[in-house]
Design a protein around this ligand. Structure first.
Ligand SMILES: Cc1cc2nc3c(=O)[nH]c(=O)nc-3n(C[C@H](O)[C@H](O)[C@H](O)COP(=O)(O)O)c2cc1C
Length: 223
């Protein structure tokens, strides 16, 4: 694999607009409400397979501490660089989180890290149902949610030659951040080996180029 190197001139990142059906503002954590000992979290981190339903606010806080855009800087070409809980090559953050829910009617929602909102997407219900069934075949989601990491390679490729490894390393950093946050919030979580293909291309190929970077199931420890 070749070394990523910055391009002498950055390319433009193509537009990608998610087909948003409904936007819900998420709760922000209240300062001082969450206390956790990092060293204890590091020593107790583990993958678990009990996925009870998340209580109101738990997903909101998980996404805040794992993926919220905390600072932004707009480049002259309009691209928004951001600082978030996990690192990203060039602060490009090519990976979005899609929340896939198992409920009676499966849904996929885009987490907007700038607004801290959850945006239910208008997608082909047959494909969404197949996607959720596929995840359940890999590991039973029970009442949990699957946080699907959807990479937009063009965001990193606009700045770097040979960007592939950067995107996968970003995915690993984000996965670890989500799991450590889940442990801190006393939630259950387990990464999945499946990429949930071919559903990424089936759901989004008419909008733009995206690549699945896997994901992680999260739920409550109590069933
Ligand atoms: C990239 C990745 C993919 C994984 N895929 C699966 C999976 O498909 N099914 C599963 O049950 N666990 C999966 N896991 C969880 C591992 O099996 C788990 O991390 C391993 O057994 C060690 O357990 P621990 O995380 O509690 O230390 C995955 C973990 C990672 C990092």
């Amino acid at each position: 694999m070749s070394n990523p190197t910055p391009k002498s001139r950055e390319d433009t990142v193509p537009m990608f607009a998610y087909p948003v059906k409904e936007k819900t503002k998420l709760q922000r954590p209240i300062t001082g409400d969450h206390n956790a000992d990092f060293f204890e979290i590091a020593m107790t981190r583990h993958s678990t397979h009990s996925f009870g339903a998340l209580l109101p606010g738990q997903l909101d806080h998980l996404l805040w501490f794992a993926a919220k855009a905390l600072e932004t800087r707009v480049q002259s070409d309009g691209y928004v660089l951001s600082h978030r809980p996990s690192p990203s090559a060039g602060a490009r953050h090519p990976i979005d989180i899609l929340v896939c829910s198992n409920a009676s009617q499966p849904t996929v929602a885009y987490y907007n890290p700038f607004e801290h909102s959850l945006n239910t997407l208008r997608l082909d219900l047959v494909v969404v149902t197949e996607l959720v069934a596929h995840i359940n075949t890999a590991v039973d989601m029970q009442q949990g949610v699957f946080l699907w990491l959807l990479a937009h390679p063009s965001r990193t490729a606009a700045k770097y030659e040979h960007p592939e490894s950067l995107i996968w390393r970003d995915a690993g950093a984000l996965l670890q951040q989500i799991q450590l946050t889940a442990i801190a919030l006393k939630l259950s979580s387990c990464a999945l080996g499946t990429l949930a293909e071919p559903f990424a291309s089936q759901l989004f190929e008419n909008i733009g180029s995206v690549v699945s970077a896997g994901g992680i199931i999260v739920g409550n420890l109590d069933l």
